[in-house]
Structures are given as C-alpha cells and as structure tokens.
Design a binder for this molecule. Sequence first.
Ligand code: CA
Length: 232
Amino acid sequence: MERLLVVEDDPAIAGPLVRGLERAGFVVTHAPDGATALAAEPTDLVLLDLGLPDVDGTEVCRRLRARGDVPIIIVSARDDEVDRVVGLELGADDYVVKPFGLRELVARIRAVLRRRGPAGASAPHATAADEDDPALAVTTVGDLVVDRRTRRVTVDDAVVHLTPKEFDLLAALAEDPGAVRSRHDLLDDVWEGDWYGSTRTLDAHVAALRRKVGAARIETVRGVGFRLADAP
Ligand code: CA
C-alpha cells in the first residue's frame, strides 16, 4: 500500500481528507505543521498545504526536494498564478487548488505515483530504445546539449539543473528542433494525458525552462504551441 504524508494545519480539512484517503486505500500520516512534516518518516508522496502555521509551505517543499525525489502535490487555497509557478519551480509534481473533490485528488495522486513508477524514480520521457542508442539519446542545438540517456542538460558545457518535468518538456521539444509542438501534444506527451489542470502548468514550465536555458531557445508559436529554436 502506498504511504502518503498529508501536511495540513486546518483540522476541518485534515480530518475528512485523511479519512477519505484511507478509504481510498492509502496509508496516511498527518502532519499539522512544517516541522512535523520535515521530521516525518519518508513516504511515497507528500500532499502539501502552502499556508502552514510555522514555516511557509514553499520552504517545506524546497527542503523536501533538496533531500530527495519524493513526489509532491501542493494543495493550496492560494489560487494565484504566482504560487502555482513558484510551486512547480520548486519541483512539485502537481498543484491542486482548494476546494477540491476527493475523487479528483485521488486521481491526481494515482497519476503522479504512476508517472514516478514503483521505485519513486521519475519516468524518463524517452523510450527505452532511444535511451539505449547513444546517437538517438543526445540532441545538440548550438551550445545546448540534451542527453536523454543521462537526463543531463548542458549549455556551453555548464550543467543546467532542471526538475523532472522541465527535463521531459525540453526533451520533447528537442526531439525535432525547429518543429512546432502543439500545447495539446506537449501536455499529452510530458504529462501523459493524466493532466487535469489548466494548460497554465505548461506555461509555468516553459517560463522556468526559459530562465534556465535562455529565453530565445524556446519560441512561442502563437495559437499553436512551442518550438526549440534551431539557431538561437
Ligand atoms: Ca493551511
């Protein structure tokens, strides 16, 4: 059975949430604040409220991420774009806005766990065949190198640190530099059709990627999608 850590300070939300998740078949640990969350035993996934009494949820997210690859779903009442972007940049796998339905939440938890695989490792985007063939695994565009086999990205020989989803997105664009990939296609490909949220998630990841690899490399094709500039 999969173990969840629910970080939520509001007992009116935490009580029914924990019971609902237990009914859905998860083993649930509840942490009412950030300190308890950071001291908890490792779990298979963390549901993280951003508004906590002791330490900000984004800081908890940052610290959990710094110490390992546990999948994190941010659950927040703050429905503004900044938090959504910040949460995803911190390496959260998904973002759910309160109020939410338990069924929707369970679907998202299952989707994230499925994507991460049983070992909790992030699922590489490229197929096994691509990874085995070093020639297919590496795309070089100018001084940008995307290696799907090692999931390593360098710009001008300097390693660029990307979150798993940012890497998957860049790898999807790098499959065919210069070609336009539609938003729908990218969501389907990178989030494997399990994405229930808005396409703003895609925009947030594109924005983060641009900051990390250079804005000019990822071009917006208005009304269609994005492409990796083949001559930035
Ligand atoms: Ca709260």
